[in-house]
Design a protein around this ligand. Structure first.
Ligand code: ADP
Ligand code: MG
Length: 234
């Protein structure tokens, strides 16, 4: 499997953090559904893209130097019209410049507002002993406070992918809680297996963070994504 051109370019430029737009592009090409985001270098470009996508949209800061976009006031959800887009663009850039003055800011990304789903998180990190390890957990407070996550070593079997979902305490939330429909575990399993294959074949990828992924009754959608590459050895 050839390395994705976006990854090749980043390696050549000696960059280790792929932006959300780049990361989602790679995922899309792997066959994983994402809220595709487009980079707008100006407020009017953002308004144009938003009009083309259709409202409501989400605007986020785009910078290779900013890992947590919300932490710098860099995310605006549910933006409803062109005037709001322009205002949100300026606010996001102002916030990010104030909170991260050193960061190179490319502009702001525009993407569709996703319909709510069960928030899950899927990640990959490298263990010094076991190599690439995939992680699955429920998003939001459950992962931040309760660390309710499961790990499996790459390559994953179908059984591994299924087991890791069953392993977490929050599993009942995936099965449908209080009358909510069960989520599409096959779609989540598919993402885990695609990533397992991808990281096994692309050793330069050091870390993957899909947070959140929205799990639906039918399908799953990656709403935020980050790929981190190995730093080039000197
Ligand atoms: P951060 O870099 O801070 O993790 P995110 O892209 O994850 O930024 O955005 C923060 C939160 O905003 C997400 O956890 C999610 O709840 C919400 N969000 C982000 N993108 C979308 C979207 N396209 N549709 C709906 N909600 C979104
Ligand atoms: Mg996120």
């Amino acid at each position: 499997m050839a390395t994705h051109p976006i990854i090749e370019r980043a390696v050549q430029q000696q960059r280790t953090l792929l932006t959300e737009t780049e990361s989602k592009h790679v995922l899309h090409d792997l066959g994983i559904a994402t809220t595709q985001s487009q980079l707008a270098p100006s407020a009017s470009a953002a308004a144009h893209i938003a009009a083309a996508i259709g409202f409501p949209v989400v605007l986020k800061i785009s910078s290779p130097d900013i890992i947590h976009k919300s932490d710098v006031g860099g995310v605006r959800l549910n933006v409803h019209n062109a005037a709001e887009v322009r205002r949100a663009y300026q606010e996001i850039v102002r916030n990010a410049t104030a909170k991260a003055p050193e960061a190179h800011i490319e502009g702001v990304t525009v993407q569709p507002m996703a319909k709510p789903g069960v928030e899950v998180i899927i990640g990959m990190s490298k263990d010094p002993t076991f190599g690439p390890v995939l992680m699955f957990g429920l998003g939001g407070v459950l992962v931040e406070v309760l660390k309710d996550v499961a790990f499996r070593i790459v390559p994953l079997s179908q059984q591994d992918a299924d087991d890791m979902m069953r392993d977490i305490q929050g599993f009942p939330l995936l099965q449908g809680h209080r009358g909510a429909p069960a989520v599409d575990r096959n779609a989540l399993q598919r993402i885990l297996l695609i990533l397992s294959d991808f990281v096994a074949n692309t050793p330069v990828v050091q870390e993957i963070d899909l947070n959140p992924v929205y799990a639906y009754h039918d399908g799953a959608l990656v709403v935020d994504a980050r790929l981190i590459l190995e730093a080039a050895s000197a």
